[in-house]
Design a protein around this ligand. Structure first.
Ligand SMILES: [Zn+2]
Length: 116
């Protein structure tokens, strides 16, 4: 992602744009996704997204350390993926609920990186 510097006003507009595009998201979405929303994440029609619960919030709590989401679609763009995560009710439920990066693990698996 680019190192472009934005003014405070531009940042505010970008946050508002995220809110407008994804009003039902139960997680934060980094504004760095805005310029690439319509780009294909993959040309595959089916992928898996994993989220690791490996932060301190889950220390000593008995939950699966990873959760998986199956994403299917003709065109899996970043926007499509984010909307599917929202539709599948993705909710990090910890202090780290701000989606910053989507990492490629393999051709059909991607992992989410969430910050606070
Ligand atoms: Zn956490």
């Amino acid at each position: 992602m680019s190192d472009t510097e934005y003014t405070e006003e531009q940042y505010e507009e970008m946050f508002e744009e995220i809110d407008r595009l994804f009003p039902d998201a139960k997680f934060g979405i980094s504004t760095t996704f805005l310029p690439i929303l319509d780009e294909l994440l993959t040309d595959k029609k089916q992928i898996f997204i994993s989220n690791s619960r490996n932060c301190y919030c889950w220390d000593g709590i008995d939950v699966p350390k990873q959760e998986f989401f199956e994403i299917k679609g003709e065109k899996i763009t970043y926007k499509y993926l984010l909307n599917e995560l929202i539709r599948l009710d993705f909710n990090p439920e910890c202090n780290h609920n701000y989606l910053e990066i989507i990492d490629k693990v393999s051709d059909i698996q991607y992992s989410l990186f969430l910050g606070s």
